[in-house]
Design a binder for this molecule. Structure first.
Ligand SMILES: [Fe+2]
Length: 213
């Protein structure tokens, strides 16, 4: 009889690379030449198309420069564009800002970092958690299957976020006192309210909410 050894791989082990969007980021430079808010195809966009759109918007500082605000210490966000198929935001981050774990329901998304740096965290089970710093000049995208958490890394970080279809409902993940994970569906409008107003189920505590992110 043969024996089978079972090991718990590390996410840093090259034999078990963590394939997560932030680790597959692209340089903003060179992307987006054929993309832009003026060239939207009037249909939902793929993650790759969102990557190009976020890169194109990131390259045009005049589109988002007026929305920057780092006062108050909270994550600041301004809608740059929204139609039936896509929405685009500029976000300002301080190092203390934390979106908490969340998904984007049926939306795909892309994040382009234009100043500073963010960290994307990926939730794992049975393996060490994965976190990846994404610096200025990089863009990554993801599908609706993606769950992540974003935190500010450098003071004065600015990022461009694009989603398709536009964010409407999102999943916020909470952990109860017994350590059991729950998903709380929150609306686009809920996200704009302070954390204390995010609905909680009995016996759960909310990790910081974050949308857009
Ligand atoms: Fe997100």
């Amino acid at each position: 009889m043969s024996t089978v050894s079972i090991t718990t791989p590390s996410t840093d082990d090259p034999a078990f690379p963590a394939s997560v969007p932030a680790r597959e980021s692209d340089a903003i430079t060179g992307l987006g030449a054929q993309a832009g808010l003026e060239r939207l195809p009037q249909r939902d966009l793929s993650p790759q198309e969102l990557r190009d759109l976020a890169a194109a918007v990131a390259a045009r500082r005049e589109l988002w420069d007026g929305g920057l605000d780092f006062s108050g210490g909270e994550r600041h966000y301004v809608s740059l564009y929204r139609d039936a198929h896509v929405d685009v935001w500029v976000l300002c981050w301080n190092p203390a800002n934390d979106t908490g774990w969340h998904d984007h329901d049926i939306s795909s998304g892309a994040v382009a970092v234009v100043e500073g740096s963010l960290v994307e965290h990926n939730l794992t089970i049975g393996r060490p958690p994965v976190s990846t710093e994404v610096g200025a000049g990089r863009v990554f995208s993801f599908g609706p299957d993606h769950i992540h958490r974003l935190t500010g890394q450098a003071p004065g970080t600015v990022s461009i976020h694009a989603y398709s279809p536009p964010l409407w409902r999102m999943g916020q993940y909470v952990i109860d006192d017994g350590g059991v994970l729950h998903r709380v569906s929150v609306s686009y409008a809920d996200e704009l309210r302070p954390l204390d107003d995010v609905p909680e189920t009995p016996d759960t505590r909310a990790v910081p909410a974050a949308i857009p992110a």
